[in-house]
Design a protein around this ligand. Structure first.
Ligand code: S3P
Length: 173
């Protein structure tokens, strides 16, 4: 089985994925980190030097590679991965894949992202918290069409990481 964690930036995909993998003794892969190793450059630099279209192509190629080759892993995607190319169809059509949307409210995403803007190429240009709030609300609305297609959804607001990991365990194992 491959468990794929999906959700907006800062929804906890990587940290929860790592914890859950440890709990069930699976390997963990973070797609952004996988791309950084393969491309020998941080995601931020890929965006800056090669552009977003190149990044999206690599994201699809490496997602396919992992889904076709690996098993018994927890895979955390980038926030945009399910929303480009055929990625969501690839995820839903693979029999050995279970997908989970880690659903965080706009308010909690704003809270988490306002201190991390500079690390993230899609929001680093936003000038203030008002612009950030407006961007997230609109962007999340557009992306929800894809996120909502996952087999499972877990709301993460007001829950500890351990509580969310237990919930993942109870729905998937
Ligand atoms: C992106 C999210 C990032 C990373 C890239 C684009 C997005 O991953 O893939 O900066 O389009 O939402 P995280 O969701 O892990 O921050």
């Amino acid at each position: 089985m491959i468990v794929i964690l999906i959700g907006y930036m800062a929804s906890g995909k990587s940290s929860l994925g790592r914890l859950f993998a440890k709990k069930i003794d699976y390997n963990f892969i973070d797609l952004d980190e996988f791309i950084e190793i393969k491309e020998k450059m941080p995601v931020k630099n890929i965006f800056e030097t090669k552009g977003e279209i190149y990044f999206r192509k690599m994201e699809s190629i490496y997602l396919d590679e992992i889904i076709n080759k690996d098993n018994n892993i927890i895979l955390s995607l980038g926030g945009g991965t399910p929303c480009y190319g055929n990625n969501m169809a690839t995820i839903l059509n693979a029999n050995h894949v279970k997908s989970v949307y880690l659903k965080a409210s706009i308010a909690s995403l704003i809270e988490r992202l306002k201190n991390e803007k500079n690390k993230r190429p899609l929001i680093s240009h936003l000038k203030n918290n008002e612009d950030l709030a407006e961007f997230i609300a609109k962007h999340l609305f557009e992306r929800s069409v894809f996120y909502d297609q996952t087999q499972y959804k877990i709301s993460t607001d007001n829950k500890t990481k351990n509580e969310i990991v237990e919930e993942l365990y109870s729905i998937l194992i």
